[in-house]
Design a protein around this ligand. Structure first.
Ligand code: C5P
Length: 227
């Protein structure tokens, strides 16, 4: 049996992708499978945590044993659910793939086919839930974010990750290199754990449960360290 290092700790985890409705039957979505968030929930529960998993659209995944599941659709619903659950959580992990934008207006009826060109879809920005959760953080609460980055000629994946950690203000950032079929919809993952004190832990390439274990090891070290 695993050591129950998260006994008495309430963790709130978001997973999967949001769906931004255009009309009653259509939405804008993304390819997030939810596998990394579900792996985080499973490992946390195995380590004794009370786990609330807030899930958007995911692949066909079984709810891990002992985990409370809350279903959401859109980013705005996810925001509401996360604020509610975070108010009672010791650790908050934003592993969901939140749509950056949503349609300005939701058409009450199915959008009709027209002979001419369709109207463009007007979009508006969604709230950054992670930034909001950091701002609303309770004393002693840890907030963990995710970043999926690609590097380019001028800036490395790590530099993009460091900048995102500063911008979001979270206590830990799980940085994944993406592109070339990495991370999204895959069974495996790899990356780094970045924290504001400058520490950078490389996570070796492996199953998403292994990445989850690395995250909970780092969280446990911070929870037990005097603040
Ligand atoms: O800015 P970017 O989307 O790369 O940041 C990723 C992190 O921010 C993830 O933890 C994701 O769950 C969170 N996020 C959020 N609200 C958004 C966009 C991203 O909480 N609107």
């Amino acid at each position: 049996a695993l050591p129950r290092t998260l006994e008495g700790v309430h963790v709130a985890i978001s997973a999967g992708g949001t769906r931004e409705a255009l009309d009653p039957v259509r939405f804008i979505g993304n390819r997030s499978s939810g596998k990394q968030g579900y792996a985080l929930a499973r490992v946390a529960a195995q380590r004794g945590a009370r786990v609330t998993l807030v899930a958007g659209n995911t692949a066909d995944l079984a709810t891990p044993a002992g985990v409370d599941l809350v279903r959401i659709g859109s980013a705005v619903e996810l925001r509401e659910a996360m604020h509610e659950v975070a108010a009672d959580a010791d650790v908050v992990v934003m592993a969901a793939a939140v749509a950056d934008f949503r349609p300005v207006s939701l058409t009450g009826h199915k959008i009709k086919k027209t002979d001419g060109d369709p109207d463009p879809i007007a979009l508006t920005k969604n709230p950054d839930i992670l930034v909001e959760l950091v701002a609303a953080r309770r004393p002693g609460q840890l907030v963990v974010g995710f970043a999926a980055e690609t590097g380019d000629e001028t800036t490395s994946v790590l530099d993009y990750g460091r900048a995102k950690l500063r911008r979001k203000g979270c206590d830990l950032l799980v940085l994944n290199a993406v592109g070339d079929g990495k991370a999204f919809e895959q069974e495996d993952n790899a990356g780094w754990l970045l924290s504001p004190d400058g520490s950078e832990i490389a996570i070796p390439h492996g199953p998403k449960t292994q990445v989850a274990s690395a995250v909970w090891d780092a969280v446990t070290a911070r929870l037990t360290q005097p603040q």
